[in-house]
Design a protein around this ligand. Structure first.
Ligand code: GL2
Length: 820
């Protein structure tokens, strides 16, 4: 065991031995990447022992299991995190020092496993960390994409996507488990066979293509408790190797197709965040990993239990958004077709085993599959959904006799489409939103009819984040300072941070706190210089917006405000102005044109402003290339201001907001998502809140009445900034480069409502809030107190709390302690 009785000399030997075995080299000949592989193997060796121990304990205790089914797990690097959770980080750092290597440099060799897009995938990763740390038996189930989220390069100000071949050197923490392979079937037709003996029909899929799903397991190390859970991601392989006899039988085509199916299915993660593209391959991916995961779960259950009716007592399938909703139908298929249960029995089990989390109200994210596509690809599963729908409509009719409107709005299959959210709600026992406000909007607006029909299913689970990665690993200076002041209980009990409140007015504590922030800003400034070639002033205010690029998140409002500030500085050079660095980081979905134009705009504005000597470095704009989990950790630690400026009602929760808060950056934001709860915890005086409320936004949306042109006409500052989008100021004289952005705000040429996300409506209150930020920052003591209180009040936002609520209110899991 590495924790507590870590043996440094043994570890060093093991690293050297690994270098020798893997590369036939001595350690002084090895590259940094080779040392990374060797160190990781040595760490994995330790983890495996605990992994086995955990397995044994689970076999002994037979605890209830949650399967967290998700298309995305945005894990981030594992090496550093594993060392942190094994409580061996400092020891390994020392050991490597003695071998002549720097752990930070070694950590940097690891590719970010980026099997996710943004918040939804990162939440899944934080949840796994908390589940292992709290001692719950949990499996993450997902897909082993060969290419994760693309790497972003900025060329000439534009985003260019580069494939992320994260497996190219081999990933040291995964374990291939071919003995648990499962077959997954696509296409063909369903033959019905009547069994006279039982009087039942049997449904047999024939003429299908299939792939073999091969699981790869990644260890999820709990913090200091010897528990190691499993993230199981499925790869695909062709079932038949190339068969000449098929060729002879004229089925050459089928053999090749089957091979291609296997090759394509796990090739790449769809790079869309909060957006559904409706591609057939995506539907294949969904069924592929769900079928394999559910088959494996049932098989595992049957190994130690004799009666499948007990499944709900021992298993929960948590559906991370609608992407894994196929679970409902696949479980029904297995229970009815393979286990020969009656429909009623199977339905009772299914609806007590599946639970659904809704992560967005964005209409474009709602998954609806055309019947034609669906029924062709998954003929038997589709039949089952038809039957679920038929019975569900009967239930609606008996509850609301004659109400056709209810059927139209609630049916699972309607208008030629399969509506996945409706299936998830009908087929599960729990529906949760991810922040209080979001859950209320679901109940009152988006899912109102379902809430009326099944109020008992609805509940809220406000998101959280793991402090182990986002403070202990990402911000070691602050982590040590906190531990020096209040002990290290916060690592597994974040609300203990409130003990820091007594230091809020303590001059020395304030100075130390801000000094740490400064050092972290220096670290980020160095990264920015190395990666962007831009020099930034660590004494300026670091104002940061990092998240996916999406119109509703309003990076556009941020950069328009930068343009506005620049105009003010130019017009009034004598005006007092506290130096500011506006930092952006964001990937845009590869096919999202408007988002990509916004990236270009940010870079174009950066180019002009950063090169204008006349403003004396008062303003800098930086777009950090390839924002991802590993650089995020550093960015949160260095932020002064946390930009959380989505149009109220649109951001279901947000989790970046919590990471900033934890690291002592006050929120500049709207009353949206979890911002509402952040303000509740820290107090309105320690945040900068502005803009329309969600009720106001929803009211405008439902009743019209918002006219952005009125702001353009009446406000010369706004008009000025908007005109600069089309007069060449930031485009070297090209009037068209940002025309579409301009049009999107005012017009006119498109059928969309102008300024869909109320940027002009909120602009002036945003600018006013920004002025308040500057005023607060000038007062050093006030700012230090605010920053410190943000950290001190962030205890609620640990994913440990979120997970405990899921456990208590939805999953009902048993706690496991190793050695008990
Ligand atoms: C999201 C929401 O947009 C985000 O607000 C939320 O914090 C996360 C996690 O619940 O889920 N929904 C979604 O589809 N994506 C998100 O990040 N991609």
């Amino acid at each position: 065991m590495l924790d507590n009785h870590f043996k440094k000399e043994e570890f060093k030997e093991s690293v050297k031995e690994n270098v020798k075995m893997l590369y036939r080299k001595t350690i002084d000949e090895a590259t940094q990447e080779q040392v990374f592989q060797a160190v990781s193997l040595a760490v994995k060796d330790v983890i495996i022992d605990n992994w086995l121990l955990t397995q044994k304990q689970y076999e002994k205790d037979d605890p209830k299991i949650v399967y967290y089914l998700s298309m995305e797990f945005l894990m981030g690097r594992a090496l550093g995190n594993n060392l942190i959770n094994l409580c061996a980080y400092n020891e390994v750092k020392e050991a490597l020092d003695e071998l002549g290597f720097d752990l930070n440099v070694i950590e940097d060799q690891e590719p970010d496993p980026a099997l996710g897009n943004g918040g939804l995938g990162r939440l899944a990763a934080c949840f796994l960390d908390s589940l292992a740390t709290l001692g719950y038996c949990a499996y993450g189930c997902g897909i082993r994409y060969h290419y994760g989220l693309f790497k972003q390069k900025i060329e000439n100000g534009y985003q260019v996507e580069v494939p992320d071949n994260w497996l190219k050197n081999g990933y040291p923490f995964e374990l291939r488990r071919p003995e648990y392979a499962k077959e997954v079937k696509f296409g063909g037709y369903v033959r019905v066979e009547y069994d006279a003996a039982t009087g039942r029909n049997h449904f047999i899929q024939e003429g299908y293509q299939s792939v073999r799903a091969i699981p790869y397991d990644m260890p999820i190390v709990g913090y200091n408790n010897q528990i190691v859970n499993t993230l199981r991601i499925w790869d695909a392989e062709a079932i038949n190797d190339f068969q000449l006899d098929l060729f002879d039988k004229g089925e050459y085509h089928k053999a090749v197709e089957q091979e291609n199916l296997a090759k394509n299915i796990v090739e790449v993660l769809y790079p869309n965040d909060n957006h559904y593209a409706g591609k057939e391959l995506r539907l294949k991916q969904q069924y592929f990993f769900i079928s394999a995961s559910i088959q494996a779960a049932i098989e595992k259950f049957k190994k130690s239990h004799s009666d499948l009716h007990d499944l709900p007592k021992k298993v929960t399938f948590q559906l991370n958004d609608t992407h894994p909703t196929m679970t409902v139908a696949e479980l029904m298929r297995i229970l009815v077709d393979e286990e020969n249960m009656t429909w009623e029995e199977a339905w009772d089990i299914t609806t007590h085993t599946c639970a659904y989390t809704n992560h967005t109200i964005m209409a474009e994210a709602l998954e609806k599959w055309p019947i034609e596509l669906f029924s062709k690809l998954l003929p038997r599963v589709y039949q089952i959904i038809e039957e679920i729908n038929r019975r569900f409509l009967l239930e609606i009719q008996s509850k609301y006799p004659g109400d056709q409107e209810k059927i139209r709005k609630m049916a699972i299959i309607y208008d030629g489409q399969v509506k996945m959210a409706h299936l998830a709600i009908a087929g599960g026992y729990s529906v949760n939103g991810v922040a209080q406000l979001h859950t209320e909007i679901l109940k009152k607006q988006e899912l109102k009819d379902f809430y009326e029909m099944y109020p008992e299913k609805f509940n809220n689970k406000t998101n959280g984040i793991t402090q182990r990665r986002f403070l202990l690993h990402g911000n070691p200076l602050l982590a040590n300072w906190i531990t020096d002041h209040i002990g290290d209980g916060w690592i597994t009990n974040l609300p203990e941070l409130s003990k820091l409140k007594v230091y809020a007015d303590d001059k020395k504590a304030q100075q130390e706190f801000m000094n740490i922030k400064h050092q972290n800003k220096v670290r980020l400034a160095k990264y920015i210089l190395e990666h962007n070639g831009i020099e930034v002033n660590p004494n300026s205010i670091f104002d940061v917006q990092v998240k996916r690029l999406h119109e509703y998140k309003r990076q556009l409002m941020n950069i328009l405000h930068v343009m506005y500030l620049y105009n003010k500085i130019k017009e009034h050079p004598e005006m007092p102005f506290y130096p500011r660095t506006f930092i952006f980081g964001a990937k845009a979905a590869a096919g999202y044109r408007r988002a990509k134009q916004t990236i270009k705009l940010i870079n174009a504005v950066a180019d002009v402003i950063n090169n204008d000597k006349s403003i004396d470095g008062k303003l800098k704009v930086v777009f950090i290339e390839n924002y991802r989990v590993s650089n995020a950790e550093m960015i949160f630690a260095a932020a002064d201001v946390s930009e959380q400026i989505s149009t109220a009602s649109k951001e279901a929760s947000g989790t970046g907001n919590m990471k900033f808060m934890l690291n002592g950056a006050p929120t500049l934001g709207t009353m949206d998502g979890a911002n509402v709860e952040i303000v509740e915890e820290v107090g309105a005086e320690n945040a900068f809140i502005f803009g329309l409320s969600s009720d106001e936004v929803i009211n405008y949306e439902n009743n019209g009445g918002y006219d952005p042109m009125q702001y353009f006409n009446n406000d010369p500052d706004i008009r000025n900034v908007l005109m600069q989008l089309i007069n060449g100021t930031y485009s070297g004289g090209d009037f068209n480069m940002f025309r579409e952005i301009y049009d999107s705000l005012l017009n006119t040429n498109s059928s969309d409502r102008a300024d869909t996300y109320f940027i002009l409506a909120d602009f002036k209150s945003y600018a006013a809030a920004q002025e308040k930020v500057e005023e607060a920052y000038r007062d050093e003591a006030r700012w230090a107190k605010m920053a410190l209180l943000n950290t001190a009040c962030s205890g609620k936002f640990t994913s440990d709390r979120t997970i405990q609520q899921y456990v208590d209110e939805i999953w009902k899991l048993d706690k496991v302690v190793i050695g008990k």
